[in-house]
Design a protein around this ligand. Sequence first.
Ligand SMILES: [Zn+2]
Length: 78
Amino acid sequence: MIVFSLRCAKGHVFDEWFASGAEYEAKAKAGELRCPECGEGDVAKAIMAPRVSSSTEKAAPATPCATCGQEGGCPWAA
Ligand SMILES: [Zn+2]
């Protein structure tokens, strides 16, 4: 099994498991991939960002911004 990070045309990112990369290609070609969030069928592989999920983002410690010293949510940090 292999997991791919996929992103729909509306920007939702989700993980999907496949038996192999070939299975991903086959499903993508057949249009069988759908965004679980909005049902969008226009789905492509997202840039791999391992271990990034909404739960880990919430658990991430608030690191003061090196530029302005603001803890978390600094508009300049990202
Ligand atoms: Zn979506």
